[in-house]
Design a protein around this ligand. Structure first.
Ligand code: NAD
Length: 484
């Protein structure tokens, strides 16, 4: 099954610009979701590897070559790295698709976005500046934005390269150094990207990668006294542990924990424009997207018409690994497939429509046919819990007030969309949404390097992307100069 040209990273960690095996000599297998076969291995690190990586990052931050770079030099380096990623985008996409199972088209788009993070934050590195404040006579007050120091990052498997890009580019642009632990379920693109970082010329210790299990290497990183900040993207359950560890360490953290994001379709909406977004937002990446549009709220008068159009579109979606144009691949793991199938089996709502699995998919792969349910009770499990699969819940509503109540009626709050031609309603509903990002007549699951992104409540806190991420990865120091 392996494409002949696919070269695989070795099972090694990157520490101080050296590729080294886990100190205990252990490695763990990597399974491809496409066929369920082991096709590579990664280092299975423990606390001693994490400790070595943090020591390298600390040294780079305090006395290494990294600490002497100007903001402009950091920016230039990040931009050079972005161009290198672009030049290797096709090979990276092939690797990502094999490792994560995502359709090659999605993997290609991910690599363009990954390169773009380094271009964007490279350009921004020397444009973050402080302030001068008015104060008493005889004083000058300056407010400085400074890096935290060593940033710990734990990222998930759904968009390994993209989330690596959004985290690393912003943290390094601000002058921090990093230890990043990617997810054991998919991290080969991250290892290849780290090889390119060394090639681009990042000084030793600026970026360190340690692979392994979450409950061993991830836990050790989150609890280590040597980090100054931690950023996490993944499940709410682990998010709680990260926040507790950060509290014990008296350090800040950002958490991005997924969602149950609604798209609200009013009866004056342009349905031709809305339909592709309603489908793509849940089918993209197999629904394994933190900002997946997993609930569609439809005004009752057009419910049947929207349901019929969704049924038709879902029927046209085929999960496949062999089709170059496929929009849906396998899910990440046997565990995730089982989890999604359980939600489908236990759904207490009629099926509006289903897609299918291509006849030629390998037997051992983790394929699930997409399915759309409705009308779904807004209080039900299907409408409340993050499935993280290609499963859409369609919920009817009567008026604007009820739509807002249902949209805000989960523990999550990441993204929302409102589909209406009424300008006043667009503004009112956008204002009423309790979440971090609202689209009006559009939806951008996972998109927009420039757009601040993050959640409220169970979706987490802190903002990534855009300039907001630079502010997250920096702290303020106020200098009061009494010059008389
Ligand atoms: P997870 O939270 O266990 O894994 C995410 C990352 O955290 C991985 O790198 C993992 O190694 C690490 N990790 C796991 N346990 C840890 C610990 N004790 N301490 C420190 N790090 C740890 O997610 P999962 O189990 O792979 O997926 C479960 C569910 O989480 C999914 O079904 C989905 O609902 C949600 N999820 C959300 C996102 C997102 O983008 N918000 C991403 C992945 C998963």
């Amino acid at each position: 099954m392996q494409p002949a040209h696919l070269t695989l990273p070795q099972p090694l960690n990157l520490i101080g610009n050296h590729w080294v095996p886990a100190r205990a000599g252990r490695s763990m297998p990597v399974i491809s979701p496409i066929d369920g076969e082991v096709f590579a291995s990664i280092a299975e690190s423990d606390a001693s590897d994490v400790d070595a990586a943090i020591t390298a990052a600390r040294q780079a931050f305090e006395t290494g070559d990294w600490s002497r770079l100007t903001a402009a030099e950091r920016g230039r380096l990040l931009m050079r790295y972005g161009r290198l990623i672009e030049a290797h985008a096709e090979a990276l996409a092939q690797l990502e698709s094999r490792d994560n199972g995502k359709p090659i088209r999605q993997a290609r788009a991910d690599m363009i976005a990954t390169a773009r993070y380094f271009e964007y934050y490279g350009g921004a590195a020397d444009k973050v500046h402080g302030e001068v404040l008015p104060f008493l006579n005889g004083y000058d007050v300056t407010v400085h934005r400074e890096p935290y120091g060593v940033v710990g990052a734990i990222i998930p498997w759904n968009y390994p390269a993209q989330i690596y890009g959004r985290t690393v580019a912003a943290a390094l642009a601000m002058g921090n150094t990093m230890v990043l632990k990617p997810a054991e379920d998919a991290c080969l693109s991250v290892l290849r990207l780290a090889e390119l970082a060394v090639e681009a010329g990042f000084p030793a210790g600026a970026l360190n990668i340690v692979t392994g299990r979450g409950d061993v290497a991830g836990k050790a990183l989150s609890e280590h006294r040597g980090i100054d900040f931690i950023t996490f993207t993944g499940s709410p359950e682990v998010g709680v542990m990260i926040q507790v560890a950060a509290a014990r360490n008296f350090i800040p953290c950002t958490l991005e924990l997924g969602g149950k994001s609604p798209q609200i379709v009013f009866d004056d909406a342009d349905l031709d424009a809305a339909m592709p977004y309603l489908v793509n937002a849940i089918v993209q990446n197999g629904g394994q997207t933190c900002s997946a549009g997993s609930r569609v709220l439809v005004q009752r008068g057009i419910f049947d018409a929207v349901a019929a159009r969704l049924a038709e579109r879902f029927a046209a979606v085929t999960a496949s690994a062999s089709d170059e144009d496929a929009v849906l691949g396998p899910l990440i793991s046997a565990r995730q497939k089982k989890r999604v199938e359980t939600y489908i089996a236990e759904a207490d709502a009629p099926v509006i429509g289903r897609g299918q699995i291509a006849a030629d998919t390998p037997g051992g792969g983790f394929y699930v046919a997409p399915v759309v349910f409705g009308p779904v009770d807004p209080a039900s499990k299907l409408a409340q819990e993050e499935v993280f699969g290609p499963v859409l819940a369609v919920i009817p509503f009567d008026d604007e007030a009820q739509a807002i109540r249902i949209a805000n009626g989960t523990e999550y709050g990441l993204v929302a969309a409102v589909w209406t031609r009424d300008g006043g309603r667009q503004a009112r509903v956008a204002k009423a949404m309790r979440c971090g990002q609202v689209f009006i007549n559009g939806y951008g699951a996972g998109g927009g390097v420039e757009l601040p992104f993050g959640g409220v409540r169970k979706s987490g806190h802190g903002r990534e992307k855009g300039f907001a991420a630079l502010y997250e990865f920096s702290q303020i120091k106020t200098v009061v100069n009494n010059h008389g």
